[in-house]
Structure formats: structure tokens, C-alpha cells
Ligand binder design. Sequence first.
Ligand code: BGC
Length: 774
Amino acid sequence: MNKYLKNNEWNIVEEGFDPKNHKASESIFSLGNGHMGQRANFEERYTGKSLQGNYVAGIYYPDKTRVGWWKNGYPEYFAKVLNSPNWIGIDVQINHDYLDLAKCKTENFRRVLNMKEGYLQRSFVAVMANGNKVKVEVIRFLNMAQPETGAIKYSITPLNFNGEISFTPFIDGDVKNEDANYNEKFWNILETETIDFEGYLLSQTKKLDFSVGFGMKCQVEINGEPFTEAPTHIKGPKYVGNIIKLNAKEGDSVVLYKYGAVLSSLNHPASELLKLTKQKLVETAKTGFETLFEAHKNKWSEIWSHSDIQIQGDIEAQQGIRFNIFHLNQTYTGEDERLNIGPKGFTGEKYGGSTYWDTEAYCIPFFISTAPSKVTRNLLIYRYKHLQKAIENAQKLGFTNGAALYPMVTMNGEECHNEWEITFEEIHRNGAIAFAIFNYIRHTGDDNYLAEYGLEVLIGISRFWSQRVNYSEAKKQYVMLGVTGPNEYENNVNNNWYTSTIAKWCMEYTLQCIESIKKQNFTKYSEIVTKTKFNEATEPKKWKDICDKFYFPYDSDQKIFLQQEGYLDKEQVLTSQLDPAQRPINQHWSWDHILRSCFIKQADVLQGIYLFEENYDLETIKRHFDFYESRTVHESSLSPCVHSILAARIGDMPKAYKLYLRTSRLDIDDYNHEVHEGLHITSMAGTWMSIVEGFGGKRVLHGKLHLNPLIPEKWDEYSFKILFKGVDILVTVNKQQVNLTAKNHPATINIYGNDIDLKPDKTENIALRTKIES
Ligand code: BGC
């Protein structure tokens, strides 16, 4: 744990500059706007340790796979989101000395991530080697209102001298991915161009030929008056810059505005990129910093109006949840169905920026309740568009007849992951994709989605499951052999309870959907049957048979669903018996040791109980929670939130709160000493889930919103909003009561087991309960 940031409700604040924390801060203070994102690198030169990181959504490179031992079926490449040309750079010289915080002394350093309004601010006094002192203040934002642009206001005031200040705003295309498999550079720079106060760079990715135009346009002012003296141009093969020199007196206010534009061939014709980038910058600079900034802040205010959670009485928890909500909204805005959410978002390179089951299992529950329904719909369409690739992926592994296996890791629908025990065996991801369709429809009421898109995906997935099981003569039941469950500390196991549970559910749900579309829209149903070559006579029959005779490992002595066949053969040790010095076990134990132990990386059986909670009574949930929580080491950031929700469900609020805190401040407090690599973006959604589904007890059952709110002891009050079937429901919970308001529309919701009709904008108060009965 590294607690160097100040507690604050709306801001992340770092006071005093310590180079040791810089890489961590570069992650924590990252900015994004859905279209692009960047680590919080300094604009001016910095020669200390740093990970320069700029990323453009959807622009990736297929980096040739590197493995020790090739296995048939491995993908050719791992897709990597590209570290892109750096457009924020501004070299600053004070009387010919570079301003470089690794080399000069700083006073009053303060870095602030303003989460309410979405910008990064930095201020400090630098004492240069020659004794010159300057006060510096920088504001930077990536425009939420116009996502292809960003702006920087860089202000300098000489404090004890008259002399020359030189700015060199630049764009540098000579960049590299830290995680390149073969140490290659992934960009070709096709054109560079510099004119007065402007610079352009046209870049193209190797192999896939994505083109991206980068542009900058600058304005300089001294004491509010424009400075227009012609700069010197620098134009290299991969670099453009302008050297702007001016003389300033002590106390003068010197301001450089740098506007950036980033346009990609995903959205524009490649041949027109430079022209369009220039046009965009002319408009942007004409609008001016303050007006752009206002529009950007308004956009953030709109985002917060749906998604904010307020907590009173616990500033750390308040800051933690806002930090998580902020970063999720920076990473994905739902405008473009070709984009998705990488586990590190735009804050680092680990996991390649690609799509994992994290999106469906974690991010969708967040977006579905906090953003307009099109946001989640686009995430579903992303997978719909990849269906053909998922069918091909399954074919490569030997499956037939339109069976679809979605990839574990992907950018464009093709599998990128290359560890056999995960690529071929961690197949539960298919279930999360099917569940997300169900989840979307039950939250939005958008039933048409099923006929238009969803059912085709469900048929492909169910076909996969029906071929992935086999009938065991010995058991007289269907078994699923050789899988890896969510708990990646067990590989190649038989009958992983979670995978089999979600597989069975997928087939049952698909059968149910087929029946309802057949009844409601026979024409569409016939179209789907033809398109998918669905065999009405044999397929449903086979699926039903599998569902009726599916084998699930169970221990009747302890009345426990077993994580997999033979789980109890392992030496049963509890995490409380683990030497703290040995944790995390993935950093201290050999892989062999981990595989043979009973310790569980992340929610597995409990992930299933969480998803299908309504099928289990309280006693069963409690028994499983006690058994599995005591064996789970939570070495995936996706884990504590699920356990926290179940802990709240069984009424263990202290445990729920402890687990919640672990997810909420994982990055701010750098629990795992790895935040310098980037933030845990996808698990941030789990923090939201812990509050709304855990403490708030939100569920959707039979098309209705249910709430069972409890309050953690430390909190005086908390409130959240849920967008349900187009209506914003505001829920406020304090020590005495729960207040419910439906905005603009009536709504019926179920609270503590009783239905209540909410009239538009009229708040209903219900006495708070301290325990959920059943
Ligand atoms: C987890 C996976 C997850 C991946 C990306 C792994 O450590 O075990 O469940 O999909 O990280 O977040």
C-alpha cells in the first residue's frame, strides 16, 4: 500500500513531487474521452522514470505471438493497443536551461485530477540550476464534447528574473510500445509538416495500415496580449515542432495554449486525414480554450448526473467510488460499436488494451444502470459483429455446425490469447456474453434486441456448449472435461461447477428465447432459422437432454457445490493459515505449488451463485460463501467485489465493507504495488456493483427492479441512481430510512419484498432495515 495522495471528495490530489511516485501518478491521473486517452505525462521534458503513453481507441497492432512451445490452435498474434505519437509535448527553456523536474528543485508542487469537471491540473515553482525561479501552472483536458480534440493551457511566470523563455510545442512520432514482443516500432510516419504555430504528422500503423493524423496549433499570450513573432520550425522525419522565443520580465504572465487534434482512419478516409485534422484544429483554436473547456465540463456534468454515487461520513470511500466511476466513463463512452474496454483502459499497456470477459461480466452491469441504453447496446453489437469470427474460432478447435466460441482476448473478434489452458479451456467467457444479452434486455425492456441480434449469438453459443460436453457412460450424465474456470489457479479441470452452470443456463435461456420469438414474430424466427441453419427437430431436443442430465460435482456431507471434480482431494487449508509474507502467492510460489493448492484466485463457484442467486436460499448462499471465501486469495482485481456483494446478501456487513474498500481504493492506494503499469479499469465497475448490488441490494427479478438496502456502519448516508427501463430512480439510504424518487415518470419497484408505486418526482420514504430476512 502506498498512501501518498490526499483524501478529497471530488479530486485526486498529490502534494510535493516525489519522483518515486511519478509512474504511479502517471497512471492514476490519466485522462481519456472514449476516443483517445493518455497517461498523465508531463508536457515539458522529464528525464526521470516515466512511461510515455498516448492511445487512440481501436488502433492496434497484431504483434507476432511469442511463446516457448507452440500448440496447434494458437493465434498468430496478440493485438496491442498502440502507444501513439505524443502530441502533448512542450519543451520549455528558461534562459537556455531545460525545465526538467528530474533536474531542478520544485516547491509547492501540486497535481490535481478534477474528476467533477474532467481535467488535470498541475502547479509548482521550479528553481533552475542557474537560480531562476518560475511559477508554472498547467491545465489539460481531452475534450468530452468533441472527442477528437484536446487542449493544454501552459502558464509560466518568472519570479525573480527578466529573461528569455522558450517553448517548443511538438508532436513526436518516434514512440514505442513497452510491451512489444520483438522490440519493434509499430508506426510508419508518412508525412510531417510545420508552419507558424502549427504542426502535423500523418502516421500509419505497420501491418494493418490504420492511419492517424495528429495536429497541434498554438497561441501565445504575454499578460493577456497575443504574441505573434514568427517561431522557428522544426521538421524531422518523425517530429514536428515550433520554437517560440520571447523575453519576459519578472511577474509577467506568459501563456501557451496548445490545441491537439487526433483523427483516425476508423472515422475518416485515410487520404483526407491531414486536411481534416487541419480543419478540426482551425475550428478548435477559433473556439478558444475557455469555451471548449466549458462545453467539456458540461458534458461531464451530464455524465455525473446519471452515474454519481454520494457517500457521507467516509471521505475515503467517497473518493474511491468517484475515482472508479470517473475512469470508467473516460474509457468508454458508448458512441462506437467497434470499440470496447481493455482491462487497463488508456492508462497502460498490460493486457494489450484488448477485450476480455470483464466487459460483459463487470462493465455492462455498470453501464446498463448508469448510461443511456445505447451504450450497453453498442457493447453487445460489438460481439454480435464478431459472431462469424467466433464460429471460425470454434471451427479451428474442431467444433462444427455454427458453434461459436468467443475469444478470451480480442480486438477484432479473432482470438489473441496464447496459453492453451486459457485460450482453449477458459471457455466460461461464452456464458458471460450470453448472460449480458439477458441482462441488457431485463434492464432496458428492449425485447427487439433478441430477434434482431441476440438470438443468433445465443444459438452459436449453445451449439458450442452442446458439443463441448460429452455423455459419460460411467456417470450416465453429461460432463464437461478439460476446462479452466474463472479461478485461473486451477487448469484443465473436469466439471468446473461455474462453467457447467452457465453452460446449462445458456442452453435453457436460448430454448426459451427461441420459443418466445417463434410465438411473437414468426417471420423473424423463420429468417433466423434459415440464416443459422437451425435444425428445429434435433437441436432443441439435444440441448434439453443435456440440461436434464448435466453433471455437477457436489459434496453431500458439507452440502457444497464443488468448484470442480476432486476439489476436496486437495489439502484443505484456509487463507487465514497462510503466512502473510507468502502473499500474494502468485509472486511467491511456483506455478506447480499454486496449481496443487486449494487456494482460489478469484470468485468461481461464488461467481455462479452471484449470477443465479435467486435459485439458492439464504442458507445455501451462506454455506458456500463461508466455504469459498475462506479459501480465496483475491489475486484478481475482479474478485473482491463479487464476494462483497454476497457478504452483504448474507448480512455480513463488516466483511462486505472490508471487501468493498479493497476494490474501491485498489489503485489510489496501490494495494498491489503495480499501479505504475496502469489502472484496473474493468474491475472498477465491480466497485460500483459492490455499493449498488451489495449495500443497495439491487436485483432485477421477473422484469422488476428490487432493492434491499443496508448501510455500512461507517457511513451516515449514501445515494445512487439506477436507470431502469428508461426511468432514473434515485435511491438515498441513511441510518433511518430509504428515500426513493423516480424522475419524470412513474415506476413500480420492489423494496424489502414489497411493491411500491412511485409517482413522478415524488419521494417515498421507507424505514431502513438492518437485516434482510430471506
Ligand atoms: C483474470 C481474468 C481477467 C483478466 C483481465 C486475469 O487476471 O483472472 O478473469 O479477465 O485478468 O482482467
